[in-house]
Design a protein around this ligand. Structure first.
Ligand SMILES: C[S@@+](CC[C@H](N)C(=O)[O-])C[C@H]1O[C@@H](n2cnc3c(N)ncnc32)[C@H](O)[C@@H]1O
Length: 209
């Protein structure tokens, strides 16, 4: 498989660096999964599997998929066997359509070009059951001093990523960050959760027919 992302090389350090920051996201997604009556959830771009572990501990049936072999290896090592991990490109997976109650897409949109973001969203639409929901977490435009400060710190971190990742991040933020989801005509936003005054946000969406 063509190398899709650059995060894999930091797979062993990823949880140490990001889990303390993402802990609230993991529990928020689990809360939403319960609120929307979900049982089976696929985590698209599951990375080291941290979100999968929180969902599994809360009783959900979880599948993770990631294009990075290093990420999958770390995820399998750290996670109980009840969670299934698949090494594949989200866009090309042959998992049956309409299998899951929900999909989760966390920090996967911003490293990708707008066309790829569209393809990932369309794939999530086919994977969830009719009226299924998708939880999307990614960077937003922060408000107030702490939101702007968080945006600035994220910008510094993203500046050190591979050039395609970095360029896509700047394109993503130039398109209003996660608020770009408002521009997809078949997406209905059900609710949002803000962290760091909006610099990071989770959207719960569903698809219009
Ligand atoms: C920044 S990490 C986020 C990991 C995890 N979701 C989290 O929130 O911590 C992005 C992950 O998405 C994966 N990814 C990006 N594009 C992908 C694609 N098209 N198919 C599968 N995985 C992809 C990368 O390999 C990487 O592990």
């Amino acid at each position: 498989m063509k190398k899709i992302s650059d995060e894999g090389q930091f797979a062993n350090l990823y949880d140490i660096a990001f889990n303390p920051i993402l802990k609230r996201v993991h529990h928020t997604v689990s809360h939403f999964a319960e609120k929307y009556g979900c049982h089976s959830i696929i985590d698209l771009g599951s990375g080291t599997g941290a979100q999968c572990r929180v969902l599994a501990a809360d009783g959900f049936l979880v599948t993770g998929i990631d294009a990075s072999m290093q990420m999958i290896a770390v995820a399998k090592k750290k996670t109980e066997d009840s969670v299934t991990f698949i090494h594949d490109d989200i866009r090309k997976t042959t998992i049956n359509d309409k299998t899951f109650d929900a999909a989760n897409i966390s920090l996967v949109l911003h490293p990708n070009a707008k066309e790829t973001i569209f393809e990932i969203l369309q794939k999530s639409k086919t994977l969830v059951k009719p009226n299924g929901v998708v939880f999307i977490t990614d960077y937003g435009i922060g408000t107030k001093f702490s939101g702007w400060l968080s945006n600035g710190l994220i910008r510094i971190v993203e500046s050190f990523t591979r050039s395609d990742h970095r360029n896509h991040y700047f394109e993503f933020m130039g398109n209003k960050g996660i608020d770009m989801l408002n521009s997809f005509s078949d997406v209905k936003i059900l609710e949002k959760q803000h962290y760091f005054n909006g610099a990071l946000q989770t959207f719960v969406i569903t698809f219009l027919k």
